[in-house]
Design a protein around this ligand. Structure first.
Ligand SMILES: Nc1ncnc2c1ncn2[C@@H]1O[C@H](COP(=O)(O)OP(=O)(O)O)[C@@H](O)[C@H]1O
Ligand SMILES: [Mg+2]
Length: 367
């Protein structure tokens, strides 16, 4: 019998700021509570920041699935120690890497560099390559590429210096949403992100630039429904059933957007009031168009194996792509799997497909 294939699950353990400096979340009192939820001791006000600890569960969900599928596995925390990483690769010689690294040392741009290291080492890995990871992190650049290729996305401008923003040169229509230009996971999005006047806009742009030390992305706000489209595979990619964020549980005066709290802070009104539903109830022609737009965005941005395209529908049901997420969250309870399950895939089926594409690339390379 042939040797089982060894899959290395590579991830970056989240770190948090403590009074002893930057520490791995797990050493700083983030612990596995009796309820099976990762509980951050740093957040003692009854809210749990799931974004800090999500990857801890995610890698274990993936390992369990890979073992069920008969793969041999190991898990490695890359942190920012390359020597240790290269030593591990030499010792284990994995056939394939299951890539879970989203940043190194809190710096998301290293997501693309890490994929570049796998390329240079010649090891097959899951998910998108460096160009796609780096470009999709840059929302404005992604929007330029989409606009150039006829994919609808909200009108926008990038503001690096707030003093360049004047009421005279401002061409977009209110309401406007202001976001950090190179963050993910709704970081920097809260109930004050939508602005209706120029002075509010200016204030919010200044706030975002000084808080994140990066340009602010100023976008026309698309008032309407929010959809997530999960895509899997390559030749051809498969578009799974569309998932919708139902905002009806939010208090009436809250904006209908997915804020940081809505995504991650269990126990907040935003978290409780925004629920994913799948399949999204849509007229057949709208469903068809949304899927077609998502697939074009997936291909255009060079996504590989799996990705999630976030879309808003205008009041007239026209889809606008918000962003393309290569390598989206793969925890068992993530939105991606709502679509996979509705399609009829189990968690292990979907993980098996994703790793299978990388195993296939390895075989192709060895021929
Ligand atoms: N132009 C827009 N119109 C309406 N809502 C938006 C717009 N841009 C962002 N949002 C809201 O903000 C959320 C986060 O924005 P997104 O661009 O997807 O960034 P992230 O990478 O943080 O998920 C979206 O899920 C959506 O609810
Ligand atoms: Mg998004």
């Amino acid at each position: 019998m042939s040797q089982p294939i060894h899959i290395s699950i590579i991830y970056n353990e989240p770190t948090i700021e403590t009074n002893k400096g930057r520490e791995f979340a797990i050493d700083a009192g983030v612990d596995h509570g009796p309820s099976g939820v990762w509980v951050s001791a740093a957040k003692a006000d009854g809210k749990i920041d799931l974004s800090e600890v999500g990857v801890i569960e995610e890698k274990e969900d993936i390992q369990t699935a890979l073992r069920t599928l008969g793969y041999e596995t190991s898990i490695f925390n890359m942190s920012d120690d390359l020597d240790r990483f290269l030593g591990y690769i030499k010792a284990i010689q994995p056939e394939v890497i299951f890539n879970m690294v989203e940043s190194l040392g809190d710096n998301a741009i290293h997501e693309m560099h890490v994929a570049g290291i796998y390329e240079l080492l010649g090891i097959a890995y899951t998910g998108s390559g460096p160009w796609t990871l780096g470009t999709c992190l840059n929302k404005a650049r992604t929007k330029e590429i989409m606009l150039h290729n006829g994919i609808p996305t909200a009108e926008f401008m990038l503001v690096e210096d707030p003093s360049h923003l004047t009421a005279e040169n401002f061409r977009l229509s209110f309401p406007i949403i202001v976001k950090p230009s190179a963050e993910d996971a709704s970081v920097g999005i809260d109930n004050k992100s939508i602005v209706n006047t120029f002075s509010e806009l200016k204030e919010r742009v200044e706030f975002i630039i000084s808080k994140f030390q990066e340009a602010a992305l100023v976008e026309e706000y698309i008032e309407g429904r929010e959809l997530n489209v999960a895509v899997i595979g390559n030749d051809p990619p498969l578009v799974m059933p569309i998932s919708e964020i139902d905002f009806s549980g939010l208090p009436a005066d809250y904006p209908k957007i997915v804020t940081y709290d809505a995504k991650w802070m269990d126990g907040t009104k935003e978290f409780e009031g925004t629920k994913g539903i799948c399949p999204a109830p849509l007229p057949a022609d709208v469903e068809h168009e949304v899927k077609a737009v998502a697939l074009r965005a997936y291909k255009l941005m060079g996504c590989r194996d799996y990705a999630r395209v976030d879309i808003r529908l205008s009041k007239t049901m026209k889809p606008y792509v918000l962003e393309v997420n290569p390598n989206p969250d793969l925890s068992n309870d993530a939105g991606y799997f709502r679509s996979a399950r509705t399609y009829g895939m189990t968690y292990a089926d979907a993980i098996g497909r994703i790793v299978g594409y990388a195993v296939e690339r390895r075989r192709e390379k060895k021929k």
